[in-house]
Design a binder for this molecule. Structure first.
Ligand SMILES: C[S@@+](CC[C@H](N)C(=O)[O-])C[C@H]1O[C@@H](n2cnc3c(N)ncnc32)[C@H](O)[C@@H]1O
Length: 515
């Protein structure tokens, strides 16, 4: 019963967040967060596994439950129903939709109550499936995933740090054996074909249905799944083995290990020599995510080059403690609005969870691209009558973006305080100008930033052939009379639209200065 009680709390929290329009990102993140909020004792992974399915089928389960009458006859104690709607939903889910089709609990009055309705519930479920013309409810989602929600391309990059002598040719040859047909445009990718990306070196697109996570190349860290746009920051930073780099907000570490591949992936560079000192300092505030980062760094073969620091970058990373830093990657928490479809993110997480289950060796698993954890304070606004005030979804979004952009500004501004740094790449997977161009504007208008000499890089050093750039209109709002200047700043920014540009929605900008 403890498990169902815990899962009910989390489900309640999810309903509250949904009502505020906040379930736009990963369900996994939300579940883990609420497990922390409620100090839940049950295994969060187990809770996530059940709620992932329960949430998906909730509208259907609710119909079935309503028709079965299970909610109308709940026994009462002192005039109050003894069982909550959500606990009953969880039990019905397990009875009707779990693999074992049984309620995982010993003898308990709530279990007996649900079992009284077993025949009616099952009959209503059959009727619903007939009405929807499916044999299993999962068919509804497969179709939906295919049409709307799945990434159009699975992007994979070769990790030179795990290639013999850092020579990528052998890995490329293996990829070509698996995907014998090369296509010229990512839009033409079909199962079994491969696309060589023109913007990021050693990056390839394959069909999302082509299984790659079971392949040895993936298991050995020779290829890493990473969305194309998410590869832009390291490509723009383009560091060499002489640089000292900070990744300010690093977990799960896709960009960190990508930076390492630029710095230490060249043939002839010995990243495994004994006297190697870390030249990449990765910061991650969340200890759980820092563990994933640590694991990712290990799998990618760059533990010796990367020092993981657990804590707040703006406090821990002082220019005196980290001397000689030449460049920074700043990819802080954001709204995640460029990540299309919760189902896409969750399907990645599910795949990760599955491969973890299938593997006895934790080191085998490379975590996927992860959805951002959004920093939010849970504050309920109280109205004059002492009741929580209703806040519209639009207002709630505006407030959330205001909070996020102020945090993002602070993180980049702190990054700009490193005296030897000459290049900083700031990025988000948000489509909102508030978190993107407007953060750039605020930084450019900041007196200290101006004194430090930071400007937006010119387009020719920011993947110039990528066609979609920053929104000129945003810069025009501020620098009205200087059209050339607006276009120049927008040119130093990159935007990627979700799905339309072959992956997640993304924004990146490069700042630089000469010392
Ligand atoms: C967008 S994710 C980073 C993704 C990562 N760059 C990648 O490509 O794999 C943002 C991360 O920043 C972390 N974070 C947020 N605020 C931070 C801070 N002040 N200092 C360090 N890490 C922070 C979050 O916990 C989260 O893991």
């Amino acid at each position: 019963m403890d498990f169902y009680r815990d899962a009910t709390w989390v489900l309640e929290y999810m309903e509250q967040q949904d009502a505020k329009g906040r379930i736009s990102g990963s369900l996994q993140t939300l579940v883990l967060k609420s497990c922390k909020v409620y100090k839940i004792k049950s295994n969060p992974k187990h809770i996530y596994a059940v709620l992932d399915s329960c949430w998906k089928y909730k509208p259907y389960l609710e119909k079935v439950m309503k028709k079965s009458g299970i909610l109308d006859e709940i026994p009462k104690r002192k005039g109050k129903p003894m069982y909550t709607r959500l606990t009953l939903l969880l039990l019905c889910h397990d009875l009707l939709l779990s693999k074992a089709k049984r309620i995982q609990m010993g003898k308990h009055p709530i279990k007996s109550y649900v079992l009284q309705f077993k025949t009616r519930l099952k009959a209503e479920m059959v009727k619903l499936k007939l009405k929807l013309k499916v044999r299993s409810l999962s068919e509804l989602f497969e179709q939906d995933d295919l049409e709307n929600d799945v990434t159009p391309v699975r992007w994979i990059r070769i990790n030179p740090l795990r290639c013999p002598e850092h020579d990528i040719e052998s890995v490329l040859a293996e990829l070509n054996r698996k995907f014998p047909t090369r296509v010229d445009r990512w839009q033409d990718i079909k199962a079994g074909t491969i696309y060589y990306d023109e913007f990021v070196p050693h990056l390839f697109g394959i069909h999302p249905h082509d299984k790659i996570t079971s392949h040895e190349l993936y298991k050995r860290g020779k290829i890493i799944i990473q969305d194309r746009a998410s590869c832009f920051p390291a490509t723009i930073l383009n560091p060499t083995a002489k640089d000292i780099i900070i990744d300010a907000c690093a977990a799960p570490g896709n960009k960190t290990t990508h930076v390492a591949s630029y710095m230490f992936g060249g043939e002839g560079i010995k990243s495994n020599a004994r006297d190697v000192k870390p030249q990449i300092f990765a910061f991650e505030k969340d200890p759980e995510r820092a563990k994933i980062l640590q694991k990712m760094v290990k799998i990618a073969g760059c533990s010796q080059n990367i020092q993981v620091n657990v804590g707040d970058f703006t406090k821990l990373a002082t220019p005196t403690a980290f001397k000689g830093v030449t460049g920074l990657i700043v990819d802080p928490s954001c709204s995640g609005s460029g990540i299309f479809g919760r189902k896409y993110v969750d399907s990645l997480n599910r795949r990760k969870a599955q491969s973890q289950q299938n593997s006895n060796n934790e080191e085998d698993v490379i975590p996927d691209e992860q959805e951002d954890e959004v920093e939010e304070e849970e504050e309920e606004e109280i109205g004059e009558n002492g009741m929580p005030k209703h806040v519209s979804k639009k207002d709630a979004l505006e407030r959330r973006l205001a909070k996020l952009s102020s945090f993002q500004f602070q993180v980049v501004k702190h990054a700009m305080s490193f005296p030897q740094a000459t290049k900083i790449v700031y990025s988000t997977c948000s489509i909102h100008a508030e978190e993107n161009e407007r953060v750039v504007i605020d930084l450019l208008m900041d007196k200290k930033v101006q004194e430090q000499g930071w400007t937006v890089s010119k387009r020719d050093s920011v993947i110039p052939t990528w066609p979609r750039r920053g929104l000129v209109s945003e810069f025009q709002e501020v620098f009205r009379d200087d059209q050339e200047h607006c276009e120049q700043i927008a040119g130093g920014c990159i935007r990627a639209l979700p799905r339309e540009d072959g992956g997640i929605g993304f924004f990146a900008v490069s700042f630089e200065r000469t010392l």
